[in-house]
Ligand binder design. Structure first.
Ligand code: E4P
Length: 215
């Protein structure tokens, strides 16, 4: 399993990547817009932090403009840039074209196993189902991941579960067949910091301090 941080906030990304075990960064137009900076600046700054992979979803909706935008971002970040292309007919056509040129691509905002199957045919490396968003729309996000996993069985396409909002959802998608997860920074911290582990650390610190005081 690989863990990605779902953020365009440079402080969060820096902290996450500094751990040494977070494979990369997934961004989207909303996350980049929230920084108040230009996409080019954010992509340049994140690529200087050496993620293994940096996912970028174009702001442009037209295929021609999206291709140009992705080429511009790849010129900035180099081959670590993974196009994150929304699951639409036009998106699949663009993905097929870029995958044909040897680019590692992801189909994102996936809400059905059929989209995942088309992504496989188009040459996608990753599919990214939106778990919590699906559940909020009345589609069981866990079942969605399980269906995609069954549909892709035997293929090389990997599932990165996204739109995860709790540690329970992270556990759920991994047991439903997701290969990887991308999580916002607070959730990444929450995956590491179990309240009982923190409590144990505090207890040990108390015991060792009282031991020192007794000497
Ligand atoms: C994933 O790559 C997306 O950036 C993200 O998870 C989208 O979902 P959200 O807006 O519900 O978090």
């Amino acid at each position: 399993m690989a863990v990605y941080v779902d953020s365009a906030d440079l402080e969060e990304v820096r902290e996450a990547l500094s751990a040494g075990f977070v494979r990369g960064v997934t961004t989207n137009p909303a996350l980049i817009a929230r920084t108040g900076r230009k996409p080019e600046e954010i992509i340049a700054a994140i690529s200087e932090l050496w993620p293994e992979e940096l996912f970028y979803q174009p702001f442009s909706t037209g295929a021609e403009e999206a291709r140009e935008e992705l080429e511009r971002m790849r010129d900035i970040a180099g081959p670590i840039l993974v196009p994150k292309i929304p699951a639409t007919w036009e998106g699949l056509k663009l993905l097929s074209e870029l995958a044909g040129k040897g680019w590692k691509c992801a189909l994102t905002a996936v809400y059905s196993p059929l989209q995942a199957l088309l992504a496989k045919e188009a040459g996608a490396f990753y599919v990214i189902p939106y778990v919590n968003r699906a559940t909020r729309q009345g589609i069981d996000g866990m079942e969605l991941v399980a269906q995609i996993s069954r549909a892709l069985q035997g293929s090389k396409v990997q599932i990165i579960a996204a739109s995860l909002k709790s540690v329970e959802e992270v556990l759920g998608v991994l047991s439903c067949g997701a290969h990887h997860v991308t999580v916002p920074w607070p959730l990444l911290k929450a995956m590491a910091d179990h309240p009982l582990s923190l409590q144990a650390v505090e207890e040990f610190a108390r015991v060792s301090n009282s031991g020192k005081e007794g000497k």
